[in-house]
Ligand binder design. Sequence first.
Ligand SMILES: Nc1ncnc2c1ncn2[C@@H]1O[C@H](COP(=O)(O)OP(=O)(O)OP(=O)(O)O)[C@@H](O)[C@H]1O
Ligand SMILES: [Mg+2]
Length: 237
Amino acid sequence: MQLVVKDLNTFYGAIHALQNISLSIAEGEIVALLGRNGMGKSTTLKSIMGIIKPRSGSIQFNGNELAGLPPHKIAQAGIGYVPEDRQVFGNLTIEENLMMGQMGIKNKNAAGPKWTLDRIYEHFPFMVKKHGLKARFISGGEQQMLSIARALMGNPSLLLIDEPSEGLSPIIVNEVRDILAEINKEGVSVLLVEHNYKVAVYLAKRIYLMGKAHIGYENSVGHLEAHPEIRSQFLEV
Ligand SMILES: Nc1ncnc2c1ncn2[C@@H]1O[C@H](COP(=O)(O)OP(=O)(O)OP(=O)(O)O)[C@@H](O)[C@H]1O
Ligand SMILES: [Mg+2]
């Protein structure tokens, strides 16, 4: 296993937001983490990334313990993060945003070839013409692509992606979905948080479902598809 999270506990003040979360991702895998609003999906990604410090538990990545490390150290270890709200810098150009993705990250253990601007532009062709445009002038879908591309510039071997489909039209959702499949083919594993069930089961082979603050179910997509009652227990249907 590339990532093994074991018994992670995270608090917001007195609120016990993650209760003994355990999950794992093998190299090259896409795994989806699904659940209703407020269950703790984003908190799980933020805890793995070190943005919120977990109180206890272990986060083993390629055999190294990451729990308690600051986000830049976790990025250096080879984990990229695409936040829920995308967080592109509106006053910077597309290219400047991409370069921000490399700042402070010297990841020598990246899987596969390194990501360069040229390689990013091959995968995200809309950026070629627009590379000098400030990010506030591009569409929501393009900003989502930029947020993903910026994370790739840090040469992660695992990407944590929080709701990439949110607020996008169906055609753009499919474009983002296809780009994630493409990136995965290039050797990047993905932990995907999604509200769009179709996108999640299209991309992932294994699924974790969260109940309040805990993982309530773990199995293959095939198993979940065969058990609609589990789906309605944990998700909006
Ligand atoms: N900064 C914070 N301070 C206090 N409580 C928080 C904070 N962020 C999240 N929470 C609480 O922690 C719980 C989990 O939130 P989280 O954002 O991880 O849920 P989520 O599964 O990502 O939900 P959504 O699908 O709406 O994005 C919720 O009850 C939320 O209200
Ligand atoms: Mg969330």
